[in-house]
Write a protein that binds this ligand. Structure first.
Ligand code: ZN
Length: 467
């Protein structure tokens, strides 16, 4: 019979990786994500793959986030030569994200090698290079949503909209096993139904086995309209205080949502700031891809957008200023008041946001808004936890800015939305909870039993089951 191997994003949220082996010999890798977080996690990115990359027939990825795609260049450098299936928009975003990731890998290795050589140690190689990544991008095979396609002998793939970020997909795989066909549905990362641009995740009714993400299996998000009002209040207060507003944000997804919301405030005449700077080359490029695929946005907003003859997200917000070059970025330092500055990295461990910290964080008229979760060990988390000073760019800087955390802008489904999505399957398929920390998956497991009388499994890392 066909087999399913759980290699990654099992009892954790990064490193998504599953292998399907059919009885007819087809081998399909589902996801090839990077491990992210603490040092031990990231070291796992260098471990050998638990399968031979050259033996795979096809790779399928659900969306462009690095924890789902970030090891693809390493897979190719290790011998994989087959196609990489993704939705059309995901294929475009992958180029942006994987080239950026390769650049970071090369820079990190260069920096570390410099120090090692001084200590008489051999230099280190990057996890992968730009060249590996370019070869990887050449293997992309984009597919539209809703069309079945044979990706390997006896394995049919259909993507459905997951509503998480642009191009994100729920993966449906029909695996032929002699005369029997078994349907595996992988939820991917399911979107939050309150997302302003993305559609609600597609609901499906038939599957034999479902892999369900459980990132927020333990709780519901705050209502997004409350969060929106909270943001509006913060912007008014910042205007009265006279300083700038800093928003550390992720380039793909969160930033486009924020620009949409700020545009809505602008259109409603309640955005007091005079300028919004988008100070992230990657987010600027991601915007262009979002704009090209605006027909995939939620209908409600598409009507709103078309009614105003708007094709591009930034036209919705005329005071938006994109600053791709370092010179343009540095020019923002002269602006002491009345600006909103959106810059990466989202967790403030690097990127342009730390330069804006240097110029604003010590000012009591500055407001710092975190639109999402800050992981342990990051500069962002230290600030959220009330650090009086933080070290950025080799300097200690006082945190005098007013700090706010907004809870309702998650790009993931909350517990109730996960339950609702999975409840559309008829006849309770076999259910496995993945992509969640163990405690969160366990809470979801219990709620599934209590509310839907459904027994879900939490696989072990490396576990193999019959499909
Ligand atoms: Zn994601």
């Amino acid at each position: 019979m066909a087999l399913l191997n759980f290699f990654g994003a099992v009892r954790q949220v990064t490193g998504s990786c599953y292998l399907i082996e059919s009885r007819d010999g087809a081998r399909v890798l589902l996801e090839c994500g990077m491990h992210q977080g603490r040092r031990q996690e990231e070291d796992r990115n260098r471990a050998p793959f638990p399968f031979d990359p050259a033996s795979l027939d096809a790779v399928v990825v659900s969306h462009a986030h690095l924890d789902h795609t970030g090891l693809l260049p390493r897979l190719v450098a290790s011998g994989y030569r087959g196609p990489i299936f993704a939705t059309e928009a995901c294929s475009e975003l992958m180029e942006l994200m994987l080239l950026d990731s390769a650049h970071i890998q090369e820079k990190d290795a260069e920096w570390e090698s410099k120090w090692r050589v001084r200590q008489g140690k051999p230099p280190v190689k990057p996890l992968y290079t730009t060249k590996d990544t370019e070869r990887t991008l050449g293997l992309r095979h984009p597919l539209p949503y809703g069309n079945a396609h044979e990706v390997a002998k006896g394995v049919q793939l259909t993507f459905h909209d997951a509503g998480h970020i642009l191009g994100s997909a729920i993966v449906e795989l029909d695996v032929q096993d002699h005369h029997l066909t078994r349907r595996l549905v992988f939820s991917g990362d399911l979107g939050n139904t309150c997302s302003p641009l993305m559609r609600a995740p597609t609901t499906l009714e038939r599957a034999d086995l479902v892999l369900l993400e459980s990132t927020y299996g333990d709780r519901d998000h705050r209502n997004s309209s409350e969060t929106l009002e909270e943001l509006a209040d913060i912007l008014q207060q910042a205007h009265r205080d006279g300083g700038n507003v800093l928003i550390p944000a992720f380039a793909v997804g969160r930033t486009q949502d924020l620009i949409y919301y700020l545009g809505r405030f602008y259109q409603e005449g309640r955005l007091p700031q005079r300028a919004v700077f988008l100070d992230s080359p990657m987010a600027i490029r991601a915007n262009a891809i979002y704009a090209r695929y605006h027909q995939q946005f939620a209908q409600r907003n598409q009507a709103e957008i078309e009614a105003r003859h708007i094709k591009r997200i930034e036209d919705w917000l005329p005071i938006l200023r994109c600053t791709p070059t370092p010179e343009e970025s540095m020019a923002i330092n002269r602006v002491k008041s009345g600006a909103i500055i959106i810059a990466g990295s989202g967790m403030c461990n690097g990127g342009r946001i730390v330069h804006h910290f240097k110029h604003n964080l010590w000012r009591s008229d500055c407001h710092l808004v975190f639109p999402g979760f800050q992981a342990g060990g990051t500069t962002g988390r230290a600030i959220v936890d009330g650090a009086a000073t933080v070290k950025v760019l080799h300097q200690r800087i006082a945190v005098k800015a007013r700090v706010h955390t907004l809870g309702g802008f998650s790009a993931h489904a909350g517990q109730a939305q996960l339950l609702d999505w999975v409840s559309h399957f008829k006849h309770h398929p076999e259910l496995y909870l993945v992509h969640g920390e163990l405690e969160k998956s366990q809470v979801l497991q219990q709620v599934l039993r209590e509310r839907l009388n459904w027994l879900a499994n939490i696989p072990e890392p490396g576990e193999q089951i019959a499909l």
